[in-house]
Design a protein around this ligand. Structure first.
Ligand code: MRU
Length: 356
């Protein structure tokens, strides 16, 4: 694992008692870190996509709570545990779909409740760091388990960015791709450019190029054609590998808008659909994908890109950021605790028994 991009791509850094986020809106052209010193700015950075990707959002929120605790404790050492709840709410409102955000806030809240009044910061920082390092370890395990499912050398297709940038490091879907490529099981990666934020074009392609993994960008609309025509080629696309923002207890999967269409394509063309995600992405409190809140972002993001408007004046736009793939279209959910093939409620329950 040494000397590779995922060791050096660090979306979130805690250094000198400050939180630094790599501004992903500027990648790949510019690598700039933003320093955040108050919880409102942390929540705003999540909303504004400075940091994005479900696990990365959760880790950022955990560090945001450390910042909040420091401030609240300094201002009012007797009542900080009650007052900090407002900060937890602020963070919880930053983005609605990725459950890792609420999972991380929940873990931090539990510790806050049980803390003695003196110096909460070191205990909370230790937990935030643990959430961060556990996520990297989970991704390495997911990579290992996911690669095992790829039986013969093939091309794969991925969507959005579920890489080092979207996580504590290494990546979920890109973790599987990294691991399988290292075992000579992947000949080529096709990356959907992923409108409107172009996470595929800007982030996934950057990570793959950085790691010397051959990658071709395609527009989302090209996926069906590429899957179909590749079947007769030397590099057939045999797997679609994606991450997730929230997996319901029945195995329905929310991920970046466009994922559902890919799952339908996979089934139609007889190729496999893999979801790589840590167990912190599984929400056992909801029965199905119908209960997953789908973020609808500003129409401005669809009208153009990077501040430049290209759409016709007067047109309206819809901008759902995620969609839900029904469990019956999912061949495998790969987590750090094991693989669930053809997911359903019973299998997900059995997996989650292993989660502390
Ligand atoms: O809007 P984004 O960029 O936060 O969406 C990210 C995704 O949809 C990822 O696929 C998902 O969070 C998994 S990241 C390991």
């Amino acid at each position: 694992m040494t000397g590779k991009a995922y060791d050096s791509i660090k979306p979130i850094i805690w250094q000198n008692n400050t939180l630094q986020l790599l501004d992903q809106r500027l990648l790949p052209g510019e690598q700039t870190y933003i320093t955040l010193t108050d919880v409102k700015s942390v929540a705003q950075a999540i909303t504004d996509m400075v940091v994005r990707g479900a696990p990365a959002i959760g880790i950022t929120a955990a560090y945001g709570i450390v910042i909040a605790a420091k401030q609240r404790f300094t201002e009012n050492p007797d009542n900080w545990q009650q007052e900090i709840e407002a900060d937890l709410q602020t963070l919880a409102q930053s983005r609605p779909t990725a459950v890792n955000l609420f999972w991380a806030i929940g873990l931090m809240r539990e510790v806050i409740k049980g803390l003695a009044v003196d110096d909460p910061v070191s205990t909370l920082l230790a937990l935030a760091k643990q959430i961060h390092t556990d996520d990297i370890a989970a991704n390495v395990k997911i990579g290992e388990l996911g690669a095992k499912l790829i039986a013969e050398k093939c091309a794969v297709l991925t969507h959005c960015n579920a890489g080092a940038l979207a996580t504590g490091g290494y990546g979920t879907a890109l973790g599987v791709i990294r691991s399988a490529f290292g075992q000579d099981k992947i000949s080529h990666v096709y990356a959907d450019e992923t409108r409107p934020w172009l996470q595929g074009a800007r982030l996934t392609a950057w990570e793959m190029v950085y790691d010397d993994i051959p990658v071709s960008l395609i527009v989302e609309g090209a996926a069906a054609h590429m899957i179909k025509t590749s079947q007769m080629s030397e590099n057939p696309i045999r797997w679609i590998i994606v991450g997730s923002d929230r997996i319901a207890s029945n195995g329905d999967v929310a991920n970046k808008i466009g994922t559902y269409a890919l799952a339908i394509l996979a089934r139609h063309h007889g190729i496999k659909f893999m979801v790589a995600a840590p167990t912190s992405t599984i929400d056992m409190n909801i029965d199905s994908g119908d209960d997953i809140p789908i973020e609808e972002r500003s129409a401005e993001e669809v009208f153009g890109f990077s501040g430049r408007k290209v759409a016709a004046e007067g047109a309206q736009a819809r901008n759902p950021a995620f969609d839900v793939t029904p469990a019956e279209l999912v061949d495998a959910i790969v987590t750090e605790k094991g693989v669930v093939l053809k997911p359903d409620l019973e299998k997900i329950k059995a997996l989650m028994i292993n989660v502390a």
